[in-house]
Design a protein around this ligand. Structure first.
Ligand code: AP5
Length: 243
């Protein structure tokens, strides 16, 4: 997104402190990572992407990474018990005391139950001064998801995300910010994408009901330009309503 557009969106909103936990969920390619980065800048709270943490572990060859790789390469979810330890470690870090953006976690009903229990413990006293957790669900058309995922490229240096069809870099295959050669994720190939989408339908969609019943679900049309989605997400967080 152009920084002037981001600034314009932010300028329309009254900034809050202590935003609390924000949970982003939606299918692969829904724009969770894209929007998480904007929210991180807007609210000054960290983005916690379980996918990014797992990929870091894979590239560093840790024990967790070796176990996770087998699942991630075939497009299925990493077992919950591996994810809990990783999430607990990250959420216990000092930068989470005023809130955080969860990108891709929880993604099963047991993970959501685990998170509710975990956040209810005394380590999260500081969050009591913040807003209650909000859950933002992105809805995007299937064909749009395919185009986004097959076209996605990212910069290994600064993490900026591009799309060769929809938001290409100025110079093909080079990051606009630092010139690094862009890379494609191993799971962004068509056969793996279809497995990831099936896994989402089976395991993650039931989370919508879990959060809806608890009055925490904010549903967003993710099938709009990035800036419009950002504006809707920020407004939903500020006012706590679906758009
Ligand atoms: P993860 O990395 O979380 O992947 P994912 O959920 O499949 O989501 P993506 O990262 O593909 O998409 P996104 O919604 O972030 O979209 P993005 O903003 O990048 O997980 C990967 C794997 O790790 C899983 O399959 C699983 O194996 C494992 N894993 C992770 N967490 C786990 C957990 N909790 N439990 C168990 N296993 C776990 O955008 C995509 C593209 O679209 C980009 O090119 C972008 O530029 C473009 N785009 C974004 N928004 C728009 C827009 N509004 N209009 C047009 N283009 C857009």
């Amino acid at each position: 997104m152009e920084s002037s557009a981001t600034d314009a969106v932010k300028g329309q909103l009254k900034m809050v402190t202590g935003v609390g936990p924000v949970i982003l969920f939606g299918p692969p390619g829904a724009g969770k990572g894209t929007q998480a980065k904007v929210l991180m800048e807007t609210y000054g709270i960290p983005q916690i992407s379980t996918g990014d943490i797992l990929r870091e572990n894979v590239s560093q060859g840790t024990e967790l990474g070796k176990k996770a790789k087998v699942y991630m390469d075939s497009g299925v979810y990493v077992p919950d018990e591996l994810v809990y330890e990783m999430a607990a470690g990250r959420l216990s870090q000092a930068d989470c005391v005023k809130g955080f953006i969860l990108d891709g976690f929880p993604r099963t009903v047991p993970q959501a139950t685990w998170l509710d229990t975990f956040l209810g413990n005394r380590a999260f006293e500081t969050l009591k001064d913040c807003r209650p957790a909000v859950v933002v669900m992105f809805k995007v058309d299937y064909n749009a998801l395919l185009q986004r995922l097959t076209g996605r490229r990212s910069c290994p240096t600064c993490g900026r995300i591009y799309n060769v069809h929809l938001a290409p870099p100025r110079v093909p295959d080079k990051c606009d910010c630092d010139g690094s050669p862009l890379i494609q994720r191993a799971d962004d190939h068509v056969n793996v994408i279809s497995e990831r989408l099936k896994e989402y339908e089976k395991q993650t969609l039931p989370l919508a009901d879990y959060y809806r019943k608890r009055g925490r679900l904010l549903e967003i049309d993710g099938d709009q330009p990035v800036e419009k989605v950002t504006s809707d997400v920020l407004r939903a967080i500020e006012h706590g309503n679906s758009l």
